[in-house]
Design a binder for this molecule. Sequence first.
Ligand code: 0T9
Length: 378
Amino acid sequence: GEAVPAAQKSSWTSFLKSLAGFTGDLSAMTAPPFILSPTSLTEFPAYWCERPELFAAIADGKTEQARAFAVLKWFISTLKGQYTSRNESMGSEKKPLNPVLGELFYGYWPANAARGGKTTLVVEQVSHHPPITAYRIENLEKGVILTGHSAQKTSFSGGSIIVKQVGHATLTVSLPSGETEEYLITLPRLRIDGLWYGSPYIELAETSYIQSSTGWLSTIEYKGKGYFSGKSHTFKATLTPPSHVHTSPHVIEGTWHTTSKELHSGVTFHDVTSPKEEITVAPVEQQGEWESRKLWHGVATGIREGDFESAATFKGKIENEQRQRRRDESANGTTWELKHFKHIEYDPVYERLGKLFKANPPTEDGYVYLGNSPRSES
Ligand code: 0T9
């Protein structure tokens, strides 16, 4: 295909060949320059809040049902950003920068009348090998908080990369009564297609869940081209009540990158055809050494300007520095200390809510937010 520059055709072919039979950490593999993105994976959690008013609106739901409905609407509305935005901004899916251990990403969406308070994002790379990214999004005025971590298990099958998302998110809503409602959010499987032509794009597959502590459960099924509706990016979501509530489930169908409708009424459920709001981030000159855009500045500039030699030199410096740090730690018998999160073997929210829909696996680890705000220097 013409997406691959002539000079990179053979290196793209050998990259694809090396993918065959591959399982493990894709992010560490060297790929040809045309497919490199100047953005680190630590920036991706921002996709969770690019429609801050939908996040805030969760708190406005007057009933358990209304809030579960609002959580589902917010979740579905994030999918377009999460899974198609690189195609929109760069022409195809690209290989993100592989974050270093301890890398940070901070930002916020300003307060306004529609969404209430300022919404803040704190991201930390909590593991490099395998890559694990932990994040926290808070709208404290509204009492809506999202905490999660994200990792991937990748394999190659039938010409596509299959990505199993490992990790989950929990959302909490503080109610006026003083009680806290919890939601466990699991994540869909991804297939990366279009590789042969050098223009990769994501399709979502299988099922993800949003389980509320109130018993309401969203089951979201994803289908692509060639499956029942024939259209790409199709989903069907069913919001079912807890067993003691005798109302019929909400069934929603549509395409997650455009719009969807409630099946029984035909009323629009979600609509992401309007522009989203990107996160506000401090200028690079004001960032600390561990902040993503500062840390990767040289590499990102090289990639953006097509100066791949300079990008590689800066990348080599970062990698050497990381290797030296790990060597020093093992020589001194110390380990890297996380700044904003604490690892736990078993996430109690996952255990408790996962049981309600027989989550697989039945338990998962987690990262607890330490409550220390960004830029509080250590
Ligand atoms: C969490 C998201 C995740 C991260 C990315 C698979 C992928 C890394 C993980 C799952 C976000 O909430 C949502 C969106 C995109 C996912 C990335 C797409 C992608 O291709 C990469 C992997 C590691 C690659 O870079 C594969 C090689 C590349 C040549 C294909 C474009």
